[in-house]
Ligand binder design. Sequence first.
Ligand SMILES: Nc1ncnc2c1ncn2[C@@H]1O[C@H](COP(=O)(O)OP(=O)(O)O)[C@@H](O)[C@H]1O
Ligand SMILES: [Mg+2]
Length: 250
Amino acid sequence: MTAILSVQNLTKRFGGLTAVDNISVDFPQGILNAVIGPNGAGKTTLFNLITGMTPATSGRVLFDGDDIVGKPTHEIVSRGLSRTLQIKSVFGGMSVMDNIRIAVFAHQGISNPLRSSQRYPSVTQRVQEILEDTGLHRLAHANAGALSYGDVALLEIALALANKPRLLLLDEPICGMSPSETERTVEHIVRLAKTTNIILIEHDMEVVFAISGLITVMAQGQLLMQGAPDDVSKDGRVQEVYLGVPEDAE
Ligand SMILES: Nc1ncnc2c1ncn2[C@@H]1O[C@H](COP(=O)(O)OP(=O)(O)O)[C@@H](O)[C@H]1O
Ligand SMILES: [Mg+2]
């Protein structure tokens, strides 16, 4: 399988702490990749290294074969690698559709996003695609400031799709959601994964095992294993890090 992303000997130290410890792992394309591991395993740091938000101590990250380590985030995004942004990226006074429209305008390099989008059919088309892919068409004209927690999270995913990424990184997208919001968001992630490569960090094991094609397990900054859900759930090392069974216990 071809890797959409190849991490090679990647290390990040914060002072004396090695948050990501010489990780080498490939993320194949065309499959929903999940990254799991206990709190503090280094999952978010791994994403920050991939997207250039945190400088790596050493190592390489190949995206479509090009080393992107040390490149500025905006360059990485323009190459087609995207991640969900913080909640503050949502404009509360505007409709859901206008939020998405502005993000699409920005990515297409059009400087005045408030001009009529009728003049930019490519923008209108992309906005419609994103509304459908995220299920936000039902809220296209709603004020983004009045959305439920779960719908804000969907809007964040929608904004990350503005540049039509070839790889989308989602860091605990359903964290804090109600069961019905979780169900809806997971459905959209699964749908999205049919057209966009996704690497998903998620702590809800039920969701991870239900939807992932390949699971990468981290613990204490290191790669513990990578495998299909069945192999991961059976693996003694994985059970150990999750259940906290001491190594010398019988
Ligand atoms: N900016 C930072 N400065 C210092 N330590 C950090 C920083 N970011 C993360 N860490 C530490 O790195 C380790 C891995 O954190 P993180 O990547 O957030 O783990 P995870 O996402 O798997 O829960 C933790 O011990 C955390 O405290
Ligand atoms: Mg994290």
